[in-house]
Design a protein around this ligand. Sequence first.
Ligand SMILES: Cc1ncc(COP(=O)(O)O)c(C=O)c1O
Length: 352
Amino acid sequence: MYSNFGPLATELERRLAERLGIDAQGLVSVANATVGLAATLSEIGRPGRNLCLLPSWTFCASAHAVLQSGLQPFFVDVDPLTWQLSPAALLALPAEVLDRAAAAMIVGAFGAPVNPLAWDSFGARSGIPVVIDAAAGFDSVVASTVPTVVSLHATKSLPAGEGGFVATADPELGRAIRQRINFGFAGSRTAEVAGMNGKLSEYTAAVGLASLDRWPASRGTWSRLRDGYDKRMRYARPVWFSGGTAQQAWVTATFVLAVPAPVTTIAEELKAAGIDTRRWWQAGCHREPAFEHCGRTDLAATECLAESALGLPFFPDLTEAHMDAVVAELVKHIGPDQQCEAGAVYPSGDRS
Ligand SMILES: Cc1ncc(COP(=O)(O)O)c(C=O)c1O
């Protein structure tokens, strides 16, 4: 078999469901997280409404998934410390926006955990269904009835090349999402609901299973690299990390920190020293031509992050010498304190 939930995709789903402690029906393998998000939104969105509330501070795939599901993105500012949306920020939106919201998409920034209980309560209070975009959150994701989408892209901590999965503790919802990513089919060849082809191929599932076998070792590598930077940065006391502290319980495959603006200047200086960096989320989705027309709140914290978030080199073969060189170059260009123009202050040094 090449696809259509063959034995390898089914085995991957079973192992992931077991890991999360949920019924296998609640674990749906998908071709990529973008399609998983779009299918989930198509399933959970409140009929007769056209907006999806989401952060602008995310990868453009989140907003593309909203468009694919037939909704319009409405960008809400993130909390400057967690880099994520808060229930309070959504509940404070004008009534005419909340009334038009079909759904909300909460993004776990760079693999950071999202508290599903808080969003479950938000859903109950507001009536707005929620999906969690935990694309980079393989290690931090916890099962809940709020559907959560994880990416298995090559850039993620558990890579399968492409691929992803949707996890929910609600098996009925899992079945419905499976139908959405399988042409609207449910046990027959009849398209009962609007659907798409979002199935995970057997080839990708094979790589995913191999990655899963190696997970304990690769998790150790990500953790060691994060601690390696953390140790050096603590000494230099320059910045606050999106990834939390060395004591954090989860790993991710990027190392993103807030440097004093403008980030582009620091990136150029590092580049001149032979060190490549990434502005993973560019200037925020609302600055991308595809989404410039979308509605939004004031995005002061997002603008600030866009000017300060920098991804350092972070890959399994990174050596201690590489990290020494990166941090030595970085501290030449950043001061001990920082305050971005929008007024949000990031703790420097004291990251307790
Ligand atoms: C926040 C976020 N959402 C969605 C995606 C899309 O994931 P995929 O490449 O599996 O479609 C990514 C990918 O990097 C991401 O970072």
